[in-house]
Ligand binder design. Structure first.
Ligand SMILES: *Cc1c(COP(=O)(O)O)cnc(C)c1O
Length: 376
């Protein structure tokens, strides 16, 4: 059996090596390291893939979120509602811009931001909602867009874990997540569903004016060379990373299907087990791209299971071990523990198994058997 890894980028690279190498070589041959033709090509290809009017490439997913918020003109004191159960980058940029993060609980079945909790958290100062499509599963965008419309709020989608996932709205239209709100942000960190070989990110929007604003912000607030109209940042996707992404984007759907297939096999193996809750796989699996395959372990010792798996050479991880509202940097006297029953429970129950595009049946069977063995 091949060595088990949380993410197997090496085996994936072996299969596309010639394409990736040729694409990188082109950058070296043309000496266009910043904003070269590869970056423009990637921007266009990603716009086509996502069906969105504008893609603005940038340096990483955290920058993408920050720049999106800067572009919307949010101001210190504005309240931004986001999920308590996510990677810290989401709340970090809100705090960094001196906006006021308002963390709210998530829903047990899909682990995404709770619609009821959003409604309860809205005040006259609320300006935006940041849903995170956690682990590759789309948040309930119909409900979120309804709330946003009613209260005149911006929606900034954190799509770092769900690129390629579809959301079928109640109008029957299928849209790529990240393109449904006013603006979406994603990351091309190597382990993400579409990963480059370093850092990378992008912002998406269908709004022409916002796209123009964002293009200036990523480049020191310049719209005309050496004229700085707004305070910007330096956040670029470099040409080498764009070259890697150009080679990999054509495989994204196949990669997401490979993740979904692995997820189905895992879930079949765990079916009906009294201590294991598998992720909800929606019909047709069209809105979950399994950035992570995350189980809930109930009435059993999750940490002991983790030790058991690690002893057998199976990597696994706890995403996420601490709710954001309990993190030192984001403590706020307004938060009450009873407002976060789901996150407080999830941090004790979740465990993520290896999930990537190269998992084979032998590996999945071994992992499933090893998990089941723990409960015997
Ligand atoms: C990875 C990630 C980010 C940040 O992306 P970077 O490219 O690492 O800056 C933001 N939000 C979520 C939910 C993520 O998983």
């Amino acid at each position: 059996m091949r060595k088990l890894q949380m993410v197997d980028l090496k085996s994936q690279y072996e299969k596309i090596k010639d394409t990736v190498n040729a694409s990188i070589q082109e950058v070296l041959d043309t000496n266009t390291y910043i904003n070269g033709p590869q970056v423009q090509k990637f921007q266009k290809s990603l716009e086509d893939y996502l069906g969105v009017k504008h893609v603005i490439p940038c340096a990483n997913g955290t920058d993408a979120l920050q720049i999106a918020m800067m572009g919307l003109g949010l101001e210190p004191g504005d309240e931004v509602i986001t999920a308590d159960f996510t990677f810290a980058a989401t709340v970090e940029v809100i705090a960094l811009l001196r906006l006021t993060p308002v963390l709210v609980d998530v829903e047990m079945d899909n682990m995404n931001i709770s619609i009821e909790a959003i409604k309860k958290a809205i005040t006259p100062k609320t300006k935006a909602i940041v849903p995170v499509h956690l682990f590759g599963r789309a948040a309930n965008m119909d409900a979120i867009m309804d709330i946003a419309k009613e209260h005149n709020l911006y929606v900034i989608e954190d799509n770092a874990q769900a690129i390629g996932a579809d959301f079928t709205g109640r109008d029957g239209a299928k849209r790529k997540v990240g393109t449904i709100g006013h603006v979406g942000a994603t990351s091309f960190f190597p382990s993400k569903n579409l990963g480059c070989y370093g850092d990378g990110g992008a912002i998406f929007t269908n709004d022409d004016d916002l796209a123009h604003t964002l293009r200036g912000i990523v480049n020191h607030g310049m719209y005309v060379r050496y004229h700085h109209d707004v305070v910007g940042v330096n956040s670029r996707l470099d040409s080498v990373q764009a070259a890697v992404l150009n080679a990999k984007l054509p495989f994204l759907d196949l990669y997401n299907e490979a993740r979904q297939n692995a997820a189905r096999k895992y879930s079949k193996g765990f079916e009906g087990h009294k201590n294991i809750i598998t992720p909800v796989i929606p019909d047709e699996c069209d809105w979950h791209v399994f950035h992570q395959y995350t189980l809930r372990i109930i009435d059993a010792n999750r940490d002991a299971l983790m030790d058991h798996l690690q002893a057998k050479g199976i990597p696994c991880a706890i995403y996420y071990p601490i709710p954001l509202h309990s993190q030192k940097a984001y403590l706020d006297s307004r938060y009450k523990e009873e407002d976060f029953p789901v996150t407080n429970q999830l941090v004790k129950e979740v465990i993520s198994l290896p999930m990537h595009t190269e998992l084979d049946d032998e590996q999945i069977s071994f992992i499933v058997d090893s998990v089941l063995e723990f409960f015997k």
